[in-house]
Design a protein around this ligand. Sequence first.
Ligand code: ATP
Ligand code: MG
Length: 269
Amino acid sequence: MDTGRYRVEPGATLDLTDHDPADRALFDGDKDAGRKETRDLNKRLEELQELLYAEAKHKILIVLQAMDAGGKDGTIRHVFDGTNPQGVKVTSFKRPTPRELAHDYLWRVHRHTPGAGQIAIFNRSHYEDVLVVRVHDYVPPERWQRRYRHIVEFERLLAEEGATIRKFFLNISKEEQKERFQSRLDEPHKRWKFAKGDLAERRHWDGYMRAFEAAISKTSTETAPWYVIPANRKWYRNLVISKILVETLEGLGMSYPDPEEELDGVVIA
Ligand code: ATP
Ligand code: MG
């Protein structure tokens, strides 16, 4: 499975019209086979996360961005199913509070970055400050334009201090969003997920696509690459992200720390 297909190469200019949200080119089987494969990857991820935690050396930062109903929550639920909650922390970035707004936009983000042995998952992130903020002119252009550079530098700092960063844009089509919104409205126990404001954002779809293209093009780097994940099919999205994470962790060459000396032959009385 060549997951490089979805990686945005540093310096490349992303055109989302070249990315089919329904693509499934890396997997021949059907949905059931895809789910089975994801379960196998889950098991592997579980082992690798335990190793990460035991070794307590590497830090993993995963950034998830998507349009509303893009599947951030479902991705977290499925891909990290079975991992140890002690070593995995999810932070959901909502509208900034007045206190957060009184600081620079990275202030609230930095303290949620992963410590040694931890996986930090960002459900939305500092990228909101060049996405929603840009689409709605919350700050003047000269301010958000500088942020791409800040973000590249911030992520470089994290990487140089030991973080491994992977960023995922869950790419759904406008039609798929419509269907997901409608099913949230039609099913009583899903209605809580629907906010009227989501419809207002949907009207800015094209603006968001331009903002995503710019953000991803300007901030995909060797050490903090972006992946554009086809996300219309949930099972395929989970499969590809699981695969990328397993490959990433395997690439770290981790090993369990040596036990204390002279444990051989110790018998507990
Ligand atoms: P759900 O999938 O459950 O709806 P969500 O991530 O959409 O989860 P919400 O509380 O519905 O959570 O929405 C959070 C809102 O906060 C989003 O509209 C997002 O754009 C906004 N937001 C996040 N960060 C910022 C920011 N820095 N500036 C302005 N708005 C932000
Ligand atoms: Mg929402």
